[in-house]
Design a protein. Structure first.
Length: 313
C-alpha cells in the first residue's frame, strides 16, 4: 500500500517535517512518499497530487488538516493525523499519535471509520463550500483567531494567544445575528457567540458542544447570548467546567442546515468574525443594503479516517 505523508514545512518550527521524515524512514521508500504543503494563497495540495496514495498521513496541526480537506475529500483515501500543532483536536479525538511505529501499526491494521464534515457556504468566499471537521464559530473566539492571523509571523504556542485575548476583552466581537436551524428560528437579532460543532472537543478544554458527534449526521448548534466581555467570559468559563448547557439563556439545537444572517452593525462593534477548525475565514465585504448570509450544511460520511491500531497506547 502506497502512503502519502503530507506535511506542513512551517508547522511547529519544523517539527512536522521531522515527524514526516521519521515516518517515511519507518515505512520505507517502497511504501511511502513525502509531500510538502504549499503556502497560501495557493491550494496546499490537490487531489491529483495525492492520486497514487491508498492512505494519507497528515503531519501538522489542525490547521494543516483543515486546509487539506478539499483535496482529501476529493481523493477519498483514509487519512491519519500525526499531531504536530498546538491543540491537535482531531488527533486527540481519535487517539492518534505522531510516533512512527503507531502510524505503521495503523496502516497495517487498516481499520477505518467514515465521518461527517460540515460545510460553510458564503457568497464571495474563495472556497464557496468550505469543509470543516471540528467546528466553526462566529464571535469572540473567531475574533481572537483573526487577530492572531493578522499578527502572525511564524510558529505559535498557547502563549502567542495571550495578547490577542487581552485585546478581545477590551473590545469583544459580539455581533448581532439571526439563526435558523432546519427551518426553525433559533435566534432573532441578538448579540452573542455562535458555535456550529461537528465534534465535542474545543481548544483548552472549552467544549461548547460536548454532545456533538462526527457520525450522527447532525451539526450541534450553540448560541450564547452576550452583550459585553464579562458575559462572554462567563460563557467560556461555563463551557470549561462543562456547565454551559445547564445555564439559563443558552440556545441548543442539532440540525443539518443552519442559516445565519449578520445584519449591518450600527453599534460600533467590529464586523463579525468567523473561524473554521481554528482557521480565520475572511468574509466578503458587508453589503450596504442587507446582511451577510452564511449557511452551514452537512456532508455525511464524506471523510474516511484511518484509526489507531487496537492496543496502541
Amino acid at each position: 500500500m502506497i502512503t502519502a505523508i503530507l506535511y506542513n514545512p512551517a508547522s511547529g518550527k519544523g517539527k512536522a517535517a521531522s515527524v514526516a521524515r521519521t515516518i517515511f524512514e519507518c515505512l520505507g521508500p517502497s511504501r511511502a512518499a513525502l509531500l510538502a504543503t504549499r503556502p497560501v494563497p495557493e491550494p496546499p495540495i490537490t487531489a491529483h497530487e495525492l492520486a497514487p496514495a491508498e492512505a494519507v498521513i497528515v503531519a501538522g496541526g489542525d490547521g494543516t488538516l483543515h486546509a487539506a480537506l478539499p483535496a482529501l475529500v476529493a481523493h477519498g483515501a483514509p487519512i491519519y493525523h500525526a499531531p504536530c500543532g498546538t491543540e491537535n483536536l482531531f488527533a486527540r479525538h481519535f487517539g492518534m499519535s505522531a510516533h512512527a511505529d503507531a502510524v505503521r501499526r495503523a496502516l497495517d491494521a487498516r481499520q477505518t471509520r467514515r465521518i461527517d464534515l460540515g460545510l460553510l457556504h458564503a457568497a464571495g468566499l474563495s472556497c464557496p463550500s468550505r469543509p470543516f471537521s471540528l467546528m466553526a464559530s462566529i464571535g469572540p473566539d473567531a475574533s481572537i483567531i483573526h487577530r492572531l492571523a493578522a499578527a502572525r509571523r511564524g510558529p505559535i504556542s498557547h502563549a502567542t494567544y495571550l495578547p490577542h485575548i487581552g485585546a478581545e476583552l477590551l473590545r469583544p466581537s459580539l455581533p448581532r445575528m439571526r439563526v435558523v436551524a432546519d427551518g426553525h428560528a433559533l435566534v432573532t437579532d441578538r448579540r452573542g457567540w455562535l458555535v456550529v460543532a461537528n465534534a465535542p472537543n474545543y481548544a483548552r478544554g472549552i467544549n461548547p458542544a460536548p454532545s456533538a458527534s462526527m457520525t450522527d449526521a447532525l451539526l450541534d448548534v450553540r448560541f450564547f447570548p452576550a452583550t459585553n466581555a464579562l458575559a462572554a467570559a462567563w460563557w467560556f468559563l461555563a463551557c470549561r467546567v462543562r456547565r454551559a448547557d445547564a445555564r439559563r439563556g443558552v440556545i441548543c439545537a442539532a440540525a443539518r442546515h443552519i442559516e445565519v444572517a449578520l445584519p449591518p452593525d450600527e453599534g460600533g462593534q467590529p464586523t463579525a468574525f468567523v473561524q473554521a477548525d481554528g482557521d480565520a475565514v475572511k468574509l466578503p465585504a458587508q453589503p450596504r443594503d442587507g446582511p451577510n448570509l452564511l449557511t452551514f450544511t452537512l456532508q455525511p460520511g464524506s471523510l474516511t479516517v484511518l484509526l489507531p491500531a487496537p492496543g496502541t497506547p
